[in-house]
Design a protein around this ligand. Structure first.
Ligand code: FEO
Length: 159
């Protein structure tokens, strides 16, 4: 079924997301923005959990999982704002991919997959909102270093 095939590909996109966020965490650490780095580490872990949700679901459906190659992520940004703008852009791409799998599941009347995908649709709203909020805050503070450190501290408190 195409839905399950696309879910297999989505494992790759979720692990790719994890890899991108890990690269962002490495960059932020190198810039001494440890709170933002911690936030990104948590995000990277969440993406791995997303991949595992699809992985386990495919196992339950008796579909063999085939892991695909993960691209080398970008590792340099001009500013934290540019980095979080990239994260937001990336989440929008992931949302579009989830929607495309949902459309296939609906066409195939694959109701169990629709139920699983509904969780991801809701999750993507939160993922985009979180990234967007940080982008807006970073835009607001501009070049203000003190405010940047405050945001860094705030993001470091993410549970
Ligand atoms: Fe797994 Fe950030 O979407």
């Amino acid at each position: 079924m195409n839905t399950l095939k696309k879910m297999n590909e989505q494992i790759n996109h979720e692990l790719g997301s994890s890899y991108i966020y890990l690269s962002m965490a490495a960059y932020l650490t190198s810039k001494n923005l440890k709170g933002m780095a911690a936030w990104m580490h948590k995000q990277a872990n969440e993406e791995r959990e997303h991949a595992m949700k699809f992985f386990e679901y495919l196992n339950e459906r008796g579909q063999a999982v085939e892991l695909l190659a993960i691209e080398k992520p970008k590792n340099e940004w001009k500013t934290p704002l540019e980095l979080f703008e990239d994260a937001l852009k990336h989440e929008k791409k992931i949302s579009a991919l989830i929607s495309a799998i949902m459309e296939t599941a609906i066409i195939e009347k694959d109701y169990p997959s629709i139920a699983i995908l509904q969780w991801f649709v809701t999750e993507q709203v939160e993922e985009e909102a979180n990234a967007s909020e940080i982008v807006e805050k970073l835009k607001m503070i501009g070049e203000h270093k003190g405010a940047l450190l405050m945001i860094d501290k705030e993001l470091g408190a993410r549970q």
